[in-house]
Design a protein around this ligand. Structure first.
Ligand SMILES: [Zn+2]
Ligand SMILES: [Zn+2]
Length: 265
């Protein structure tokens, strides 16, 4: 079978970092050939990069999560400079989260704009986190001309209309283990209708383990469960989901990762 790619995980978090060789071995056993370890703060970015440098099939991104309140605020120059590393494929995760944060959120919007500007400066795509903030997310992406670099709406939980708007801007839509949850009927309808050629798959591990592992520590190997679910929803084989979503991953994250594409096909 063609390999699967976990487009979004946090294997530098303590739940997974303690047993990285085990995480990598279980990926291999599940035909998960690559994973993108996504940065959430500048303070922890060195850990992310170290993992990407240690394991050839793990990539990195650089960014500060919209729920990170304390810590160093990144500048456009700093993000672009850190993203110059060949294993850093993207800027993020970034975006807006009006669910976890409340009150005056101009700081979040300012930070999101900084990330979009950095992505344009270094010509790398965006990994976008969006929770109860779809309208502003789309608006800022348009205002800052994110179309120029593209990206992915990660851990997608919005409506089909938001998915359509994202795709119109050239973005991919990434589904996580949430599609397997019994209460996610509406999201499954979205995952049925988004064309496979615009879909990425992810775990967002160590959180959001798919059924039947719900409540346990999630890990990249479990992206296979997400792929199986997408194949049922789309009425295609697991092989087709693996081939297409992995091709989507490598065409989005392009240059830096393209040397590894042969390994997937
Ligand atoms: Zn996120
Ligand atoms: Zn994440």
């Amino acid at each position: 079978m063609a390999g699967l790619v976990d487009s979004h995980c946090h294997i530098n978090f303590p739940e997974l970092a303690a047993d990285l060789p085990g995480v990598i071995a279980r990926m291999q056993a599940a035909d998960v050939t690559h994973a993108l370890c996504v940065s959430v703060s500048l303070e922890t970015f060195p850990e992310v990069l170290q993992i990407a440098e240690r394991f050839p099939n793990i990539y990195a991104s650089v960014g500060v999560h919209p729920n990170e309140r304390a810590g160093v605020e990144p500048s456009v120059e700093q993000l672009a400079q850190l993203a110059a590393h060949p294993k850093v494929l993207a800027i993020g995760e970034t975006g807006l989260d009006y669910y976890r944060q409340s009150g005056e959120l101009e700081w979040q919007r300012r930070r999101f704009r900084t990330h979009i500007q950095a992505a344009r400066a270094c010509r790398k795509p965006l990994i976008i986190h969006c929770r109860q903030a779809a309208a502003d997310t789309i608006k800022l992406l348009q205002e800052e001309q994110a179309l120029e670099v593209g990206g992915v709406m990660h851990c997608f939980t919005e409506s089909l209309s938001v998915a359509d708007q994202a795709m119109e801007m050239g973005l991919y839509v990434s589904f996580s283990g949430i599609v397997t949850f019994s209460n996610a009927r509406e999201l499954r309808e979205v995952a049925r209708k988004v064309p496979l050629r615009r879909i990425l798959i992810e775990t967002d591990s160590p959180y959001l383990a798919p059924a039947p592992y719900r409540g346990k520590t999630n890990e990249p190997a479990y992206v296979r469960r997400v792929a199986e679910h997408i194949s049922e929803l789309q009425g295609v084989t697991l092989e087709q989901v693996a081939t297409t979503t992995s091709q989507n991953f490598f065409s989005l994250f392009g240059q830096a990762a393209s040397g590894d594409r042969a390994a997937v096909e």
